[in-house]
Design a protein around this ligand. Structure first.
Ligand SMILES: Cc1ncc(COP(=O)(O)O)c(C=O)c1O
Length: 451
């Protein structure tokens, strides 16, 4: 039977856990005080304060799933750098490559001798023939948008409400009472982004159809599952419709697999037979060292070649100096060969299923009005009874005090989840014992929360 969770109980738990956090982490507090002098908002990258803890935890060491903070507290890390460390922290094959290839040059502005091999590995795994490297997924998405606009000669793009594709200006448009509106939190954006971006809800096929009908959209940029507003799964037939409508209206379909590549060795697209025109893979593709790639189908490649014949010489606005570097290529070769295989993914997915079931059973045992979702090695519990069908519905459910209370509770007991929602990733270093600890952690937390 489903029970309710009292607001007062959540507030009390959060207060208790924040006090415990302060007691447990005096050294992190000191680091935080000192760092405040030279770092904007006290941290090298401002998201690091978005964990919502009284001050950030300062990390001493991370290896596999084990993380140690400045106070010597140890954690099982299910956040894994929000996917950047999807194969664990400092995974041995990546460290070995770094040690070997690190002595042979990091960056030369010339292609390295393994470039052809890495290209073949990308084609073999992700079924697209033509690739480029960038230093981040944000950069890859920005580059892809430029190419799509260039070859279609269309200015607009389409994204799904409450999507996240990195620091890509045009994607920060959401639906506000049904109307497109630029995200109010966006810093320093001078343009009216709604002139460049159409936005519809995920799974809303009629809205998609209507938005693409005028034939003025260069591309749809989509995660195959929305993963940044909790997890929102596609309805049966949604991807088929998305592909059919984009083809019919001449919009290119770009699938951003930066998170969803946790679905399997060919990403979600490979597992589910999607046929994207463009694909983006970021974060863990070089084992957590900055790198991302984007790929295009053969017809798109042909159009790019035709377009290039017409282009004026000069800066293209695509590409950065350190992209495609020797060290990125060396690491990508290792990561693609070692981890993007069916054999490497099988145990991750088996453990993720165990975690999914354990969390689900615990939620049912306590009658909590929550549910669990999984995509390959990625599991998420959402603090709402029913699966949201789109970003608008999902956005109402997350960033609630209850998420914060649960995160603090688990953190104080040595378990780290993704800060912005309740995402848990399984990596090769995760064991059944780690998964059991997580399930027990939630059980303990719900004991308190439901009492
Ligand atoms: C789906 C997706 N695409 C792109 C990005 C941007 O990645 P990065 O911050 O590494 O540029 C993210 C980051 O969370 C993401 O979730």
């Amino acid at each position: 039977m489903r029970r309710t969770i009292s607001e007062a109980g959540v507030t009390a738990m959060l207060e208790r856990e924040r006090n415990l956090f302060i007691q447990r982490n005096p050294k992190s507090k000191r680091h935080s005080d000192y760092a405040a002098r030279n770092w904007l908002r006290g941290v090298p990258m401002h998201w690091m304060v978005d964990w919502g803890t009284p001050f950030p935890l300062f990390v001493e060491k991370a290896q596999g799933v084990d993380l140690t903070d400045a106070d010597g507290n140890t954690y099982i890390d299910f956040c894994l750098g929000d996917t950047g460390a999807m194969f664990g922290h400092s995974p041995p094959p990546v460290v070995e490559t770094l040690q070997r290839e690190g002595a042979n040059g990091f960056t030369t502005m010339m292609p390295s001798a393994n470039a052809a091999k890495v290209g073949q590995l990308l084609e073999n795994r992700f079924k697209l023939p033509t690739w480029q490297v960038t230093t981040s997924a944000s950069d890859a998405n920005r580059s892809v948008l430029r190419w799509c606009r260039a070859i279609t000669n269309r200015r607009k793009i389409l994204v799904f409400n409450h999507c996240y594709h990195g620091a890509v200006d045009e994607t920060y448009v959401n639906l506000d009472s049904g109307k497109p509106a630029a995200d109010l939190a966006l810093i320093g954006e001078p343009r009216d982004l709604t002139e460049l971006t159409k936005v519809v809800e995920f799974n809303d096929i009629p809205a998609l159809e209507a938005a693409l009908a005028p034939g003025d959209v260069a591309c749809v940029l989509a995660e195959p599952i929305m993963t940044n507003v909790g997890m929102v799964l596609p309805d049966e037939g949604f991807h088929r419709a998305l592909r059919e409508i984009t083809r019919r209206t001449g919009a290119l379909l770009v699938i951003d697999e930066t998170h969803c590549m946790s679905s399997g060795p060919g990403g979600y697209s490979g597992e589910h037979g999607l046929e994207p025109d463009g694909l983006v893979l970021g974060k863990p593709i070089a084992g957590g060292i900055p790198a991302a790639v984007y790929g295009f189908s053969q017809p798109v490649t042909n159009r790019i070649w035709d377009y290039l014949k017409t282009r004026s010489p000069g800066h293209s606005g695509i590409g950065t100096t350190l992209a495609g570097s020797k060290i990125q290529l060396a690491l990508m070769e290792t990561v693609l060969e070692t981890y993007f295989t069916r054999e490497a993914f099988a145990p991750l997915i088996a453990l993720a299923k165990k975690l999914e079931k354990g969390l689900s059973d615990t939620i049912i045992k306590h009658g909590a009005p929550w549910h669990v979702v999984r995509a390959g090695a990625r599991v998420e519990f959402m603090c709402c009874p029913n699966r949201p069908r789109n970003g608008g519905e999902a956005a109402k459910m997350i960033h609630q005090p209850i998420d914060m209370a649960v995160h603090h509770h688990l953190l104080n007991r040595g378990i780290i989840m993704t800060p912005f929602h309740n995402m848990l990733l399984i990596c090769p270093a995760t064991t059944a014992a780690h998964v059991d600890r997580m399930i027990e952690g939630l059980d303990h937390c719900l004991d308190e929360l439901m009492s």
